[in-house]
Design a protein around this ligand. Structure first.
Ligand code: DX5
Ligand code: ZN
Length: 228
């Protein structure tokens, strides 16, 4: 059985202090650092780009989980690999089988992990289901992309279950990463349905003690594993 991993999302921290965000994640024992790249086209916010990630790479040895909420992934993917991303995730809404194939070749040539992200209302496309074995992660978004601090959309829960089942049938090697509104109160629900990587922005960085918040999320997740 997969263990559960915690991925703090730096978008919820002071963006002038990304080094501090990485230090908190490290101190709390987080498994990876979630980096939300938004271009103002794909979703209504503009965050940071490869230059920022490259600068942060010098400050942290955590796994960099880069979530690209951008319209033109083929134009920018290489820059995010050069910047030091370890897992690069692209949105299904701007891809098709052919484009995904190109991105997959590029990422694998560089020896990195590739993920596919889905907005709350986007089902897993057929072309992606056929290539599950080629996906290191699927990000199931439980809020509409753009901002930290939104509440989890519980209507997405059945989709988490369906995707987790598909992943199991395909061998179970793909992480099911849940992104949006993860809080101690809903960890049980998403882990029970098969989520095994928990992204948390406000669920970590808006808490009085973010280091402790990581431990609390992990504890809740480990308890929920027994209910699968
Ligand atoms: C939303 C981002 C999320 C977000 C999560 O567009 O993809 O990763 O930062 O933040 P919380 O956990 O606060 O919803
Ligand atoms: Zn994200």
């Amino acid at each position: 059985m997969k263990t559960v991993r915690i991925a703090p999302s730096v978008l919820a921290w002071d963006l002038a202090d990304l080094r501090g965000a990485a230090e908190i994640a490290k101190k709390g024992g987080a498994d990876q650092l979630h980096l939300d790249v938004i271009d103002g086209h794909f979703a209504p916010n503009i965050t940071f780009g490869p230059g920022t990630i490259k600068a942060l790479r010098r400050e942290s040895d955590l796994k960099f989980d880069t979530h690209l909420m951008i319209d033109q992934p083929l134009v920018y993917a290489e820059k995010f690999l050069d910047a030091g991303s370890d897992l690069l995730t692209f949105h299904a809404e701007v891809l098709n089988s052919e484009r995904f194939g190109e991105l997959h070749s590029l990422v694998k040539r560089r020896g990195k992990e590739i993920g596919l992200a889905l907005k709350p209302s986007t089902p897993l496309p057929g072309w992606a289901e056929a290539r599950l074995a080629d996906l290191d992660a699927i990000i199931v978004m439980t809020v509409n992309p753009g901002f930290s601090g939104q509440s989890m959309d519980m209507a997405v829960m059945p989709k988490i279950g369906r995707i987790s089942e598909m992943v199991e049938r395909a061998g179970g090697a793909t992480d099911v990463e849940i992104d949006g509104g993860v809080e101690p109160e809903n960890v049980h629900e998403v882990v029970k349905r098969g989520g095994n990587v928990l992204v948390a922005g406000a669920g970590v960085y808006a808490k009085p003690d973010p280091v402790v918040a990581i431990a609390i999320l992990r504890k809740r997740a480990m308890e929920a594993l027994n209910f699968r």
